[in-house]
Ligand binder design. Structure first.
Ligand code: AVI
Length: 318
């Protein structure tokens, strides 16, 4: 059976794996990073000294969270897309509670485990907040957001938007906007363009955690697709693509080799030096933020940055 006809019979992830590994150049979808092991590695990445994104965004929340919730018009329902363990969200929830005595928090994530951690964290630290976790892939169409009553503030932080291609990012924001009511708002966190000397180590740290995170995608294919990738025969590679304004992560084959993906009944040849493109992480300029916001029909209300202008949190009004 040809790859094309085999793809017709496969579920979403399997089809993307098959198509990605039989294309040239080869690629794998970045969403495959986030199984239980990958999510735990990502939590470790956020604590690395080189990974400035989390600490920089946190510093902006520490300084401006009260201003942000005020500007969002005292929303009583706070939704967080891709919430993970909701570590950074506590600052926003605390600031919202100061304005509104009854806050409802809806963390949304594909990982039920991460949501359990988020729920326990909020219940322990802010028992006044009503937490309603929602296990859902927020990139898929859903009416869940539109059905929520009351004024909403949606958090889409951590520069998760940067892992989408610009067209897909605008489409996602457009869908999001259509499920918001007038007066609702969105807080969007974006990692900004900066010297490459700061960018590269953030994705190629000295402890090798990001390399493990990248290689885990092959370990996942071994586990879930009965593949036989030898992880030591692939190297973690990171490069800055100036023209596209993005960091790219790749896995480079160290030798000529053939990998069998038994569950898909396919063998993939790799030449020495050949790569699998695993992730793009776009870095933004103010103009890029304006463009994705206006393409999606949002208006920029206000923006907050750190002293170095390395990260921006923008309030978009529906
Ligand atoms: C989740 N996302 C915003 C991270 C990023 O920085 O693009 C994923 C990541 N990839 C490598 N390190 C972190």
């Amino acid at each position: 059976m040809s790859v094309k006809s085999l793809a017709l019979f496969l579920d979403g992830n399997s089809r993307e794996v098959l198509q990605g590994l039989t294309s040239l150049p080869k690629s794998l979808p970045a969403k495959l990073f986030y199984d239980a092991a990958g999510s735990a590695l990502f939590e470790q990445i956020t604590d690395l000294p080189e990974y400035y994104l989390t600490s920089t965004e946190q510093s902006i929340f520490e300084r401006y969270a009260p201003e942000m919730v005020q500007a969002a018009g005292g929303a009583s329902t706070i939704v967080e897309l891709g919430a993970g363990t909701a570590r950074k969200t506590m600052l926003i929830l605390r600031a919202a509670l100061a304005l509104h005595p009854a806050i409802r928090f809806i963390p949304v994530d594909v990982s039920g485990f991460a949501l359990e951690v988020a729920e326990n964290r909020v219940r322990a630290e802010l028992p006044q907040v009503a937490v309603h976790p929602l296990v859902m892939d927020y990139t898929q169409r859903s009416s869940a957001l539109a059905e929520l009553s009351g004024r909403k503030l949606v958090l889409f932080i951590g520069s998760s938007i940067g892992n989408f291609e610009p067209m897909a990012a605008s489409a996602l924001l457009r869908r999001l906007r259509s499920s918001l009511a007038p007066g609702d708002s969105l807080l969007l966190g974006t990692d900004m363009r900066k010297p490459v000397e700061a960018l590269l180590p953030a994705y190629d740290d000295s402890a090798g955690v990001t390399a493990q995170f990248n290689l885990n995608v092959l370990a996942r294919l071994n586990r879930e697709y009965d593949a036989d990738f030898v992880l030591t025969q692939f190297d973690h590679r990171v490069l800055w693509n100036e023209r596209a304004s993005r960091i790219e992560m790749h896995l480079e084959s160290c030798c000529d080799q053939v990998v069998n993906i038994n569950a898909l009944d396919i063998s993939i040849p790799f030449a020495r030096g050949e790569t699998i493109h695993t992730e793009n992480s776009y870095k933004f300029s103010p103009i890029m933020i304006e463009s994705i916001a206006s393409n999606a029909g949002f208006q920029i209300e206000q923006a907050w940055c750190d002293e170095r202008n390395w990260f921006t949190i923008t309030l978009l009004r529906a």
